[in-house]
Design a protein around this ligand. Structure first.
Ligand code: GLY
Length: 364
């Protein structure tokens, strides 16, 4: 006879898998439903852990949650690496935020001033100091700043490690889709299905398309630059994430679209901006062009907590551009809520009850 699980999780991206791992560590019986673990937004994600460079105007509460989760990343990465026995690509070299032209630099400076006003650690650099830190930057780059606390992880390695850790802790992965929540029988159901959460819950989660490129350094070596580089190049917002493996992730478009086609125009814009900032990238191999759908919400903040009117159903979605950095804190908050019934005060701004379901979801 099948034993009813304590927790059923719909969605095996980093958030769903980390919740599964944490819940299984607490001795709960956990099942994770997903026909293709790690095939959603995380498959395309660059893996920047950027609580400072992604602190945007008017998003105070989200900025606080990003900082809280970033602070949990060192211990999370260390524990996961040990349990899974694989390197997740967690690197702590910091991030350079740059502007190519005078206009680009002015735009970047506005944001640094705001971030510094919040007490976040971002330090403008003289051009000579910028080039000392990262000689591969183009001489045309007008200026930049260093965010020492903004790091990176490799999302594909992260998913593989979380699958292993969750299974080792006793969670069961079921490679099957869930069309309706009523098809799931468990004490608690956690909807961590990214954009798919909208159809299951009626919450206003919408797809936000991102196109991303993967380049590889020639000759099998490491990239010729070591920091995450992000900023503006002739008005184009861009990031470059170098990995020890030789891979460089170049991203990303932000489009209100629901398809995952790769367009020539996006590839052109991303490559032009990338090469403008780091000219040696013109010599790299272009190994992948892909597109994914971020789960966006009306206020750009995630939706985490109990679903109103549905006892036993919790939601962990809407992480938009921050799914990877927010993975540890989301997993901790949801697990604590399930295990104790007590919501952490950190959850208050992010609970689903700030939205009214838009349409009748597929509950029945
Ligand atoms: N966090 C990076 C992106 O959404 O493109």
């Amino acid at each position: 006879m099948l034993i009813r699980p304590d927790v059923a999780i719909v969605g095996a991206g980093p958030v769903g898998l980390a919740i599964a791992w944490r819940c299984a560590q607490r001795g709960l019986r956990v099942v994770v439903h997903d026909p293709a673990p790690g095939s959603g937004a995380s498959h395309v994600a660059a893996g920047m852990l950027s609580p400072v460079a992604e602190a945007y105007f008017g998003e105070h509460e989200l900025t606080g949650l990003l900082a809280e989760s970033a602070a949990r990343w060192p211990a999370f990465a260390a524990e996961l690496t040990e349990v899974a026995g694989t390197d997740v690509g967690y690197r702590t070299g910091g991030t350079l935020v740059v502007g190519l032209t005078a206009d680009d630099l002015a735009e970047a400076r506005r944001l640094w001033s705001y971030q510094q006003g919040l007490g976040l650690s971002i330090t403008p650099l003289r051009p000579s100091a910028l080039r000392d830190r990262e000689p591969a930057l183009a001489p045309r780059v007008r200026g930049g700043a260093f965010a020492p606390g903004d790091h990176q992880v490799d999302p594909r390695r992260l998913v593989a490690a979380l699958c292993a850790a969750a299974e080792r802790a006793g969670a069961v992965l079921r490679p099957a889709p869930v069309a309706r929540l009523s098809d799931v029988d468990a004490r608690f159901t956690v909807v961590a299905a990214g954009c798919g959460a909208a159809a299951l819950t009626g919450l206003p989660v919408r797809p936000v398309k991102g196109q991303v490129l993967r380049l590889r350094a020639p000759g099998g070596g490491a990239p010729g630059f070591r920091h995450v580089v992000r900023g503006y190049a002739d008005g184009e917002s861009i990031y470059l994430v170098p990995r020890d493996s030789g891979e460089v992730v170049v991203g990303a478009t932000v489009e209100e679209r629901t398809d995952t086609e790769v367009t020539a125009g996006a590839v052109l814009r991303l490559l032009r901006a990338a090469v403008d900032l780091v000219p040696e990238l013109a010599e790299y191999d272009l190994v992948e062009a892909s597109a994914g759908l971020r789960p966006g919400t009306p206020d750009n903040a995630p939706i985490i907590g109990p679903l109103p009117g549905r006892p036993g159903v919790l939601v962990a979605t809407g992480h938009h551009r921050h799914g990877i950095v927010l993975t540890p804190v989301t997993a901790d908050l949801v697990t604590e809520l399930i295990a104790t019934g007590e919501p952490d005060p950190l959850l208050a701004p992010f609970t689903p009850d700030r939205f009214v379901p838009e349409e009748e979801p597929g509950w029945n």
